[in-house]
Ligand binder design. Sequence first.
Ligand SMILES: [Zn+2]
Ligand SMILES: [Zn+2]
Length: 173
Amino acid sequence: MPNVFEPAASGRSKCRGCSRPIARGELRFGERLPNPFADGEMTIWFHPLCAAYKRPEPLQQALAETQDPIPDRERLDDAARRQLAHRRLPRISGVERAPSGQAKCRSCREPIERGGWRIRLVFYEEGQFAPGGFVHLACAKNYFETGDIVEPLLHFSPDLSNGERNELRSFLA
Ligand SMILES: [Zn+2]
Ligand SMILES: [Zn+2]
């Protein structure tokens, strides 16, 4: 079966991209995958924008294949296209202040100081996003090969204050 867009029948499905619930009636994107535990397929669900950032290829393909009216179609298509321009961008899973000084940056290999901004990475494999370590905010451009990361970065960091968002926007500008 092809990937789908459909309104969520209940409020019980969780977005695989951001781990938050998908509200009942809200449009959701379902990626179909072979079921690793049984015959047949399984569906993993996303908010459409979360899929555009973390699964841009199937989202873009599904958009191209549906005639249905999709809210924000252009924005979704544009977000997916930007994510596909650099192969590491779909690994972005938000930004946070390091709670300790133990993690090393995957770009420069230096420790990330306690309290410093770090970007969370995830690696996608067979329907799962596994934690993939961190990079310094200052190493983002080296690691992602572009500085154009603010939208997905803030999208997956819903708990930041407006002040923190502004700080990050101006740092990345
Ligand atoms: Zn989501
Ligand atoms: Zn670094």
